[in-house]
Design a protein around this ligand. Sequence first.
Ligand code: ADP
Ligand code: GLC
Length: 490
Amino acid sequence: MAAGKKLRICLVSSEVAPLAKTGGLADVSMALATYLHRAGHDVRVLMPCYDTIDAKSLIIVPVDFLQNIPISIGSRHGKYSIDTAILPGSDTPIYLLRCPDLYNRGKIYTNDADEHRRFILLSRAAIEMCQRMAFSPDIFSCHDWHTALIPLYLKTVYQWDRIFARTKTVLTIHNIGYQGIFSGDIIDDIGLHGAEGQLHQQDLGQGRINFLKTGVLHADQLTTVSPTHAQEILSDEYGMGLQDLLKARRSSLAGILNGVDDAEWNPATDPLIPKNFSAGSMAGKRVCKLALMDDLKLSGGADRPLVGIVTRLTGQKGIDLMEASLPRLLTERDFNIAVLGSGEPRYERFFESLQRAARDRVCFYRGYSNKLAHWIEAGSDFFLMPSLYEPCGLNQMYSLMYGTVPIVRQTGGLADAVQMVDPAKGSGTGIVFRDYNHTAFNWAMNAALDLFGNRPLMKKIISNGMSQDFSWNRQVNVYVNLFRALSKES
Ligand code: ADP
Ligand code: GLC
């Protein structure tokens, strides 16, 4: 393929913001699609049309030749349709896979017995959509376990179709902690028609089928969402059982740091925050902090440091370290905490009890709120992400852009995006600690609170952070170069 030639890409994801989002996968799918489209590539994005999607924000147009298409998954026969819409806030077209039977469940992911079928359909419908549109993709861009069967389908069930003769598959691993592991009984639903030998045989022998592992075996190219994590997942500590397969495929594995969509996350233009600000004009940040404290009923005024947390409440996010340290730290040091999140009940209970013990210093908003997420980024002095593992992480980058100093553990994209403060040189952008234990966590929290007391240094560190460039404009080119190199191979 000649350099500069526009690519044809089919991007398939279980989440695309703002329509369906549980975490960063949605932000990244949206941004990648939008920036590729903006760069002139022909991107066809497919996602499920969940009943949770706010249809009022969309003009949905049925694609006339993609209505009521019959499909069989194992012994079940059904129909699906594909409609089109424009992603709100962009001019990116998107295709919505409508199958109420599978996607009207009141939430994006379920523990229902047919969860595998919901994403088998997504994967097969993406391939069949290309066939029916006579769209011959250079690249299938697959994301996480939900779409990880696509590479195998293209090599087997759909291999006869010459439309895919030059198609390459790229599987992006956003979260290796979720692999889509099902009982071997679903083998007929996968429907490989004689090509079952291409599944991981040892797993099958043990009665399991692992969707992500299948993708790792069969995708032409693997990526994950930061260079450090691409190294980490080769190790026993972070590979979550896939490390040996990943090591065998090491030459086809790349780590590409996510970007920030500055149409949504930019303190100078953000319509969701009380007052805009920028590196050259920081007065608005103080206004945001005071408004946030007022809204969350936190005491102490602007002089008391405010630590923000916005996260899914899962083991991945290092909440155990907070449990072990924050109650005592709150008695030892003067600071406030604003928490937004929901997830595992034991972590929700922890933040509820932290809030009960010091209501004027801790506010826990249990739930999901995009507006409050923006306020916390804009109004906090520090942003806490002590993750056990973090493939990339977006909030540390949002924080740097919003003049909010990140406190992070040195893992994955946190290690790649945040540099430890060096007081002697005035360099660095945040507080970085290495070991996953409460001593290291305490050290980091104390270092952050000490930094707050050193106003000139704090100002310098904030300005270092705000001058970083995490834009998708740059990162999308890394994907394009990778896609082009792959296309040239065929
Ligand atoms: P992950 O995908 O592992 O959850 P990321 O840092 O990549 O972590 O992305 C999380 C995204 O989800 C960010 O955009 C963050 O602001 C958002 N988010 C997480 N929890 C909430 C919540 N409770 N309310 C609003 N936004 C949230
Ligand atoms: C995942 C990871 C997170 C990453 C996001 C988007 O859910 O946990 O670190 O930023 O995907 O790639």
